[in-house]
Design a protein around this ligand. Structure first.
Ligand SMILES: O=C(O)C(=O)Cc1ccccc1
Length: 305
């Protein structure tokens, strides 16, 4: 079976593909130049693929989200996390360095490096595509371990703005494949997570409150909610919702019935086994300045208020 990833070799998507190939038998990794190309292979039933989904610094990879919402024959069957370490690479015969190049999500995760050196950002199709086409006046930001592969020198190590960053990737399959695999998850009673898109077809006061009430009333835990515009139609949005449940759980199946009964459009984007997420105590959160932290600010919790 072919497993498509956004190449060239050595990208973060490749690292995620390697993780998948460790537990899926008979996989041949196949590099794609663009996400469009990768999704087209899956749409045509030619294999499975890996798509960058969410990063804990820069957020969702919005263009990929939009592509999965619009896809006809693609669904997520797994979620893989890759630790993010960016090294900065240059050509051995580099000239004065004036530009920095990487995938737009990569550029956004290494702003301090770029700003400190006054470099001009140049977007690339992927972080290793940036290495492949590197020019003498450019610095490429790409995963660690790529110097030899692209005959480059390491200029600086660990240049990401935040340590502890990671990117989650979706393991994608055709919808028929996904349906078959979800049957296996169901038979094994696996704890699952699902990603839905909901488009409210009637607007008015309380549309989102009514939608969220359905999750609460059925005891379904929502772990993420974001919106994307429906392109070029003012005031219309799809909502992408991640849930701690599988569509066949009684609670979620009630949710789906009720959401449809409200007249909302629903599409299941992904169902995959759930792994426990490490819970960080509130006192260790990186909260912004000048807000009130009830755990630390005693005047908030105490009698003075
Ligand atoms: O895999 C890579 O290295 C990429 O450039 C793709 C990508 C896009 C967005 C977040 C993480 C990886």
């Amino acid at each position: 079976m072919k497993l498509y990833y956004l190449g060239p070799l050595g990208s973060f998507t490749y690292q995620a593909a390697l993780q998948v190939s460790a537990y899926v038998p008979d996989v041949q990794l196949a590099s794609c130049g663009t996400e469009r190309e990768l999704l087209d292979h899956i749409e045509r039933g030619e294999g499975q693929g890996i798509l960058a989904w969410e990063n804990n610094v820069e957020g969702y990879v919005a263009p990929n989200l939009d592509k999965l919402i619009d896809a006809h024959n693609v669904a997520g069957i797994g979620r893989i996390s890759v630790d993010v370490i960016f090294d900065a690479y240059v050509c051995p015969d580099h000239t004065e360095l004036t530009e920095v190049t990487a995938h737009p999500h990569g550029l956004a995760q290494c702003l301090n490096f770029t700003q400190e050196r006054g470099l001009r950002p140049v977007p690339a199709h992927s972080n290793t595509a940036a290495c492949e086409n590197l020019e003498a006046h450019q610095v490429a930001l790409a995963p660690r371990g790529n110097a030899e592969r692209f005959a480059l020198d390491v200029y600086a190590q660990g240049v990401q703005d935040y340590s502890g960053a990671h990117t989650d990737f979706l393991h994608l399959a055709s919808r028929d494949d996904a349906l078959r695999l979800s049957g296996v998850l169901r038979e094994n009673n696996a704890a699952c997570e699902s990603i839905l898109t909901v488009i409210p077809l009637y607007t008015g006061p309380g549309v989102i409150a009514n939608l969220l009430d359905v999750f609460r009333d059925n005891g379904v835990n929502m772990t993420s909610l974001i919106s994307r515009p429906i392109k070029a139609v003012d005031g219309t949005y799809s909502f992408i919702i991640t849930l701690d449940a599988a569509p066949w759980d009684a609670s979620m199946s009630h949710v789906l019935d009720e959401v449809r009964a409200h007249g909302d459009w629903v599409k299941i984007l992904a169902v995959y086994p759930r792994y426990e997420v490490q819970k960080i105590p509130v006192v260790d959160w990186n909260l912004p300045h000048l807000g009130v932290n009830p755990m630390l600010d005693m005047s908030y919790a105490g009698e003075e208020r």
